[in-house]
Design a protein around this ligand. Structure first.
Ligand SMILES: [Zn+2]
Length: 135
């Protein structure tokens, strides 16, 4: 029996046919969730260029690129769980994705929980920022 290796994002297809296409620029994420998944895979692959590219231009932390690279190289990503999505569909222009991502940092398992806001920019999904209810 051939074992099919899932993509890092958890989908039941190989990375090369899933997030790999988006990271390479062969395909655009069609939904906010797909962009979220591709960004998780980019964290796994320490693909900081893609992480930058997938940010909305108004929030893209280019000045922190080096620090982000050092950090992503130092952790081991374990699991992504998409908890819920709101809008962010093919014909939407904005949407949110609630997720949990776990990783190993200096031997400890840590979990990031975030409600992320995504917005289309020139027709392409981009990560805007974390949703903060007090804003
Ligand atoms: Zn994937």
């Amino acid at each position: 029996m051939r074992k099919i290796k899932n993509c890092f994002c958890g989908r039941l297809k190989p990375f090369e046919e899933c997030c790999g296409l988006i990271l390479k620029g062969d395909k655009e994420a069609s939904t906010a969730e797909e962009l979220m998944r591709s960004r998780y895979s980019a964290f796994v692959k320490a693909d900081v260029d893609y992480l930058m590219k997938s940010y909305h231009s108004t929030t893209r932390p280019l000045s922190e690129k080096k620090e982000i690279k050092v950090w992503v190289d130092s952790v081991i990503w374990l699991h992504l769980q998409i908890l819920s999505t709101n809008k962010g569909g093919v014909s939407d222009i904005e949407g949110t994705v609630v997720f949990k991502a776990s990783f190993l940092e200096e031997g400890d398992v840590k979990v990031i929980s975030e409600n992320s806001i995504f917005e289309k920019e020139k027709g392409k999904w981009r990560y805007l920022k974390e949703y903060e209810p007090n804003e």
